[in-house]
Ligand binder design. Structure first.
Ligand code: ATP
Ligand code: MG
Length: 488
């Protein structure tokens, strides 16, 4: 699909400021299509090529939402000879609205068209072509006449380069459309006309009195959009909340005549249901957070129970075992603690590592100082990888502080270095210490001790990764854990 910007760059002479003005027009022109019950097409002259006929290129097209379209084909990107679109060319050259009729190939008869010059910076930069059904074919309703009147006022603004508004935000999907509710106010903000859907919106807001002749404030709607838009001559969008939980989005477009506001168009859209859904999503987020928080609390309770029980045990072995179990439960709680702050599929693993390091430092029993340092990061890790990986890393760190250093060794401090990296090949965590080193006979594949069996099971079976343990040439132990990249 070609965007207006691409088209403008490749085949027209529009300056960046002119293009920005036309893009704002394309962002704001749904109101024009609906108020005029017309298909609209925006054409710009192409860069002249010497010796060739001059052309126009279509950079935008919009259909009305309140009547059937007359232009079923997509015209964006098409070029036409200026001679063939003589009415548009005349509007471009004269700077005035040029009306006429063109033959419609599909309908087989002529349809009326209106060519509106789009002014910017004192010149005509484009032509807005309005294609519509003959009035006799579409009998005008009461509000139809009003809509066309307002459209005429906007046409004057387009020619005077007052519409679209400078530095106006380009419309979002939420921007109300004419069909959502249309109110016309005069220069003082008094309602001149309200469409049936606007009356419905007023009712939803608890306003039942006749709006005509009253300002919004007199109707009991506390808002500042209308007065602000009239005073500043700029469009204003505001959300008006009414008890019980009715939310109406109000867009106010001032109608200007030689810079002075002579009235305003107010589009109103009831967004109560949209906002309720937003709130539900928000509260779901809060619920997930709360669940993680409770899981963390429960795990902490379990770990306290285990340590209480350990303290009462007379047997040293039994006590040590319970303390170990308590520590393992706490390393799982660390992950839930982080998820309770920032729920989602991803957890910042660096924060988990910080907590695990603190836990390992706290459990140093030897008289030797043990320093643990962390280099690198794994970034965000999915929650189902984070938990087993955290438990495995806690075991490895615990082993380093527990087994690598003995009190009777040299007085210099023990070092444990954790290095982490994440790349296309996967995740890697290496833990090195400068301690005693492993026994010659040690083999991670065969060890039956509980701690490393847990680590092996988590890393290999649960995470599909690998683990190696070995003696470093300079003494000490290296444990390397690798996970395939799909764990990230
Ligand atoms: N960093 C290390 N330095 C020296 N020896 C280590 C190191 N890591 C592990 N070991 C040796 O490997 C053995 C097995 O470790 P493992 O974690 O499986 O059991 P444990 O720590 O003795 O008991 P548990 O972890 O179940 O409380 C340890 O007893 C220790 O001898
Ligand atoms: Mg251990």
């Amino acid at each position: 699909m070609t965007t207006p910007a691409e088209l403008a760059l490749t085949c027209t002479e529009l300056s960046p400021a002119e293009l920005a003005h036309l893009q704002r027009l394309l962002g704001a022109w749904s109101v024009l299509a609906d108020l005029s019950f017309s298909d609209l097409v925006l054409v710009v002259p192409t860069t002249p090529i010497p010796g060739e006929e001059r052309e126009l290129v279509v950079i935008g097209q919009i259909r009305p939402t309140n009547r059937p379209t007359l232009l079923e084909q997509d015209l964006v990107g098409q070029t036409v000879r200026q001679a063939a679109w003589a009415l548009s060319t005349a509007a471009l050259e004269r700077g005035t609205v040029v009306r006429g009729a063109v033959h419609h190939p599909l309908i087989g008869e002529s349809v009326p068209v209106e060519n509106i010059p789009v002014g910017f910076g004192g010149k005509v930069v484009a032509v807005l072509v309005r294609v519509y059904a003959r009035p006799s074919e579409a009998p005008l309703s009461v509000y139809g006449k009003r809509y066309l009147d307002v459209f005429e006022r906007l046409v004057q603004m387009i020619m005077a380069s007052e519409f679209p508004f400078r530095d106006e935000d380009v419309g979002t999907e939420e921007t109300p459309r004419v069909g959502d509710g249309f109110v016309l106010v005069d220069g003082e903000g008094r309602v001149e006309f309200a469409s049936p859907n606007a009356i419905n919106a007023f009712h939803r807001m608890g306003v039942y009195s006749t709006p005509e002749g009253r300002t919004f404030t007199e109707l009991g709607i506390e808002e500042s959009a209308v007065q602000w838009a009239l005073a500043a001559g700029r469009p204003v969008m505001e959300e008006v909340e009414r008890r019980p939980d009715v939310v109406v989005l109000v867009q106010c477009i001032p109608l200007l005549e030689e810079v002075a506001s002579t009235g305003a168009v107010i589009l109103m859209r009831d967004v109560t249901d949209v906002r309720r859904l937003d709130r539900l999503l928000l509260s779901k987020d809060a619920a997930i957070r709360e669940v993680h928080h409770r899981v963390k609390n429960n795990l902490q309770t379990i770990s306290s129970l285990l340590s209480l029980q350990a303290r009462r045990l007379p047997s040293d072995d039994g006590r040590a075992a319970l303390y170990e179990a308590e520590r393992r439960v706490r390393s799982i709680a660390v992950v839930h603690e982080i998820l309770s702050r920032d729920p989602g599929d991803q957890v910042p693993f660096g924060e988990i590592v910080q907590s695990l390091v603190r836990m390992a430092e706290d459990s140093v029993v030897s008289a030797r100082v043990v320093e643990i340092t962390v280099d690198g990061n794994l970034g965000e890790v999915t929650a189902d990888v984070a938990t087993p990986l955290a438990v495995a890393l806690a075991e490895v760190l615990q082993n380093a502080v527990e087994h690598a250093f003995r009190d009777d060794m040299a007085p210099e401090p023990g070092h444990v270095r954790v290095a982490m990296s994440a790349g296309r090949e996967g995740l890697s965590i290496t833990v090195r210490d400068n301690g005693l080193g492993l026994d010659e006979a040690f083999d991670i594949e065969r060890t039956a001790s509980l701690g490393l069996s847990i680590v092996r099971d988590l890393v290999v079976s649960q995470l599909g990764g690998s683990i190696t343990m070995g003696r470093l040439p300079e003494g000490g132990t290296e444990v390397a854990i690798r996970l395939p990249s799909n764990g990230h």
